[in-house]
Design a protein around this ligand. Structure first.
Ligand code: NAP
Length: 361
């Protein structure tokens, strides 16, 4: 809530895109926020949102967005916003988000541009809200009173780090993780992958995705420096990712093998119990978008599946199944994450709810 007790005014940059549309649906249902300003490219600016956006969600376009005039992504046009969410294309996100930051806005970004900057929290809000300690350092270094930037991770990373965090917290450091992803086409934005490339097919390359996953996991599962000026990524964990695009609309599936550092690994039953019992600070604070259950552990032998499980916890829960011994590492399992909810807009919104509860906004 704002200082006057009403909902926070939210701006959305990249409001017409795949992530932007998800932001609009989720914000319209969220009592903590009111949609205030929508921004996109010069191609869309000046048009009513219903004409600028090629609406692709099965949820109807919310009334408060339909007739709103899309603005250019210029900070002066977003005066009055308490918080700015970004679903901007990475080719422009660096400059535009930087301009909003310089204009003292609180920015919550989905783009890759600032994720690996040491002073920027790369925050999956059900995993590492402790990284908000970096915000004070950002403000001190820049002299800004209100402005800061928090990013959320790549959509595949956001699913992977959830069980890894639970396992690391309960059973100690992890030594090696191998992950193979089966990623939905909505992860590529709109128009994304050509239908002739993806129908009846699998594309075994998502440009830049594997290195992003491998680096982001280390930052998210690591800590922050003692003076809270920079992140302190893990140095002992090795992660190997293989990323594939598959003909699924929403929901990234990931097949994961994990090796613990401890000589005696936990049993499969202990691992299942650990994942079921995992809770996060955003839940304890009563944040509106925090899922009741961070991970839904399924015993059904052929789950998770994207069509059946992507909306678990409103898209904010990760579903984990097929948990079994790994003959090479210690344990292997399959997980499913909704790539535009916990993997994108939903995570950003929960990040902002957390920031509000902790007094950063
Ligand atoms: N899709 C996912 O599952 C997912 C998950 C996590 C993170 N992300 C990240 O989130 C961001 C958005 O992804 P997306 O899938 O939503 O992409 P998208 O569908 O291609 O949407 C891109 C948005 O950026 C706007 N834009 C493009 N050029 C612009 C410019 N010069 N000035 C202002 N706005 C401009 C577009 O506006 P116009 O409509 O006017 O062109 C559109 O609103 C990307 O950085 C992506 O990597 C995506």
């Amino acid at each position: 809530m704002s200082s006057t007790g009403g909902p926070l005014n939210a701006g959305v940059l990249g409001a017409t895109g795949t992530v932007g549309q998800r932001f609009i649906v989720l914000l319209s249902q969220n009592p903590m926020f009111r949609i205030h300003s929508l921004g996109a490219s010069e191609r869309s600016a000046g048009k009513a949102y219903r004409l600028a956006a090629k609406w692709k969600l099965s949820d109807p376009m919310p009334d408060e967005a339909r007739e709103a005039l899309v603005k250019p992504c210029d900070p002066a046009q977003f005066a009055g916003c308490d918080v700015v969410f970004s679903g901007l294309d990475a080719s422009v996100a660096g400059d535009i988000e930087g301009a909003f930051l310089a204009a003292d806005f609180a920015v919550f970004s989905n783009a890759k541009n600032y994720r690996m900057v040491p002073s920027v929290p790369l925050c999956v809000p059900v995993v590492n809200t402790d990284h908000y300690a970096l915000v004070a350092g950002q403000r001190a270094a820049s002299g800004r009173k209100k402005g800061f930037i928090v990013t959320n991770s790549n959509c595949s990373t956001s699913g992977l780090v959830v069980p890894l965090k639970a396992l690391q917290d309960r059973f100690g450091p992890l030594r090696r993780v191998v992950v193979t992803t089966l990623q939905a086409i909505s992860g590529a934005g709109y128009p994304g992958v050509a239908s002739l490339d993806i129908l009846d097919n699998i594309v075994p390359l998502i440009e830049g995705e594997e290195s992003k996953m491998e680096a982001e996991v280390l930052k998210i599962l690591g800590g922050v420096s003692a003076d809270a000026s920079a992140c302190a990524p893990l140095t002992d964990l090795r992660v190997s990712a293989t990323c594939n695009r598959v003909p699924v609309i929403d929901g990234h599936t990931e097949c994961v093998s994990v090796e613990f550092a401890a000589a005696t690994p936990p049993s499969i039953d202990e691992i299942k119990q650990c994942l079921r019992e995992y809770t996060c600070e955003a839940q304890r604070l009563g944040c509106y978008s925090a899922p009741a259950q961070v991970m839904q552990v399924t015993e059904e032998e052929d789950r998770p599946q994207p069509r059946l499980d992507r909306n678990a916890g409103g898209g904010m829960s990760v579903t984990v199944g097929r948990i079994r011994e790994c003959p090479v590492f210690h344990v292997k399992f399959t997980l499913l994450v909704h790539n535009t909810v916990l993997g994108a807009a939903g995570a950003s919104i929960l990040n902002a709810e957390y920031a509000a509860k902790k007094g950063y906004l």
